[in-house]
Design a protein around this ligand. Structure first.
Ligand SMILES: Cc1ncc(C[n+]2csc(CCOP(=O)(O)OP(=O)(O)O)c2C)c(N)n1
Ligand SMILES: [Mg+2]
Length: 328
């Protein structure tokens, strides 16, 4: 059945646009880190610093109404998919102006108006949800693609395997997007399985799979476009394994004594996804160093405005605790 509600093929995105999106996510996450340290944000916070290229590259290949599920580390995905930045910041502050009126917070934020079906604190739990969204898209003939973001730690959860198998046998428009940031909580992920790559797991289910350097935003974007085209053409699910590194601890406040220092230094300098994109932009004469600095400054100022608005926003009224939730 032909699609009715989407335009095929997102427009090709320039490296400068992808870089600007990464700069915005970087500014957001850096600010969230200090806000959390200073006690402005309640609950737990997991930042995606160092992983910005995956959020930016993947989401730029999606249409407005494609679906996305994310994890406990999903701020970048949510911003890149098109959620309002002010609404996201207010949500982290627990304010009434937040995307979920302050009820979701960092780990349960959702915005169905742009296809974001939710963050999830349960490792692997977003994957079957994305498969369900892909099934509905297929049954309704909508042509919408569903992307499930998850970490390499989630690949050892039963939910991943059940969902991957269903997506395969039902030939669903689902993209399984594994961000391998080398650690799951405090454990080196290579010690969790004897299988070297997640692509090998995809092969067990007959799923088309590709690995990509997850800090190369152009490469992430290109491989995602290929996966999206396959999904829209009815060729079934795809798995993308994107190698990256998380700069900060598992959660903000984790000093990460379990990481070798030299490893972290390398990923934070020459492997920094923004630095990699900037080197290409300058070498190709697309932008100057000064213009790049302006992009970063603009991103920081945008986040600053969101923080001012979030601080000024009202705390939800007490009676709202029982609204928009299931109560027996
Ligand atoms: C089902 C389940 N088991 C354990 C946990 C505790 N937990 C939270 S995050 C995490 C590690 C996740 O690692 P990974 O999937 O690689 O994602 P990353 O944090 O690296 O982005 C664990 C074990 C949980 N939240 N849910
Ligand atoms: Mg991980």
């Amino acid at each position: 059945m032909p699609p009715t509600s989407v335009t095929f093929g997102a427009p090709a995105v320039s490296l400068a646009d992808l870089h600007a999106k990464m700069a915005l996510i970087r500014a957001f996450e850096l600010r969230v880190s200090t806000l959390y340290r200073d006690g402005d944000i309640p609950g737990f916070v997991h930042t995606s610093l160092g992983q910005e290229a995956i959020a930016a590259g993947v989401c730029a290949a999606l249409e407005h109404d494609d679906y996305l599920t994310t994890t406990h580390r999903g701020h970048g995905h949510v911003l890149a998919k098109g959620a309002d930045l002010d609404g996201m910041m207010a949500e982290l502050f627990g304010r009434a102006d937040g995307l979920c009126r302050g009820k979701g917070g960092s780990m349960h934020v959702a915005d169905p108006s742009v296809g974001i079906l939710g963050a999830n604190a349960i490792v692997g739990a977003g994957i079957p949800l994305a498969v369900g969204a892909g099934l509905s898209s297929k049954l309704l003939g909508q042509g919408r693609v569903a992307v499930a973001f998850f970490g390499e730690g989630a690949v050892n959860q039963g939910a991943f395997h059940e969902a991957a198998n269903l997506a395969a046998i039902w030939n669903l428009p689902v993209i399984l997007l594994c961000e391998d940031n080398r650690y799951a909580e405090f454990t080196d992920s290579t010690k969790m399985t004897r299988v070297a790559s997640v692509c090998e797991r995809a092969a067990a289910y007959g799923i088309w799979a590709r690995d990509v350097y997850g800090n190369d935003v152009a490469a992430v974007h290109a491989v995602t476009r290929e996966a999206v085209e396959r999904c829209r053409a009815g060729q079934g699910p795809a798995l993308i394994e994107a190698a990256t590194y998380r700069w900060h601890g598992h959660y903000e406040g984790d000093d990460q004594p379990y990481k070798p220092g030299a490893e972290a230094d390398e990923w934070r300098t020459e492997r920094d996804p923004l630095v990699l994109a900037e080197a290409v932009l300058v070498a190709d004469g697309i932008v100057t160093e000064a213009e790049l600095a302006a992009v970063r400054t603009k991103a920081t100022e945008r986040v600053d405005r969101a923080v001012v608005a979030a601080r000024a926003a009202a705390v939800p009224a007490e009676q709202e605790a029982f609204q928009h939730v299931f109560v027996d």
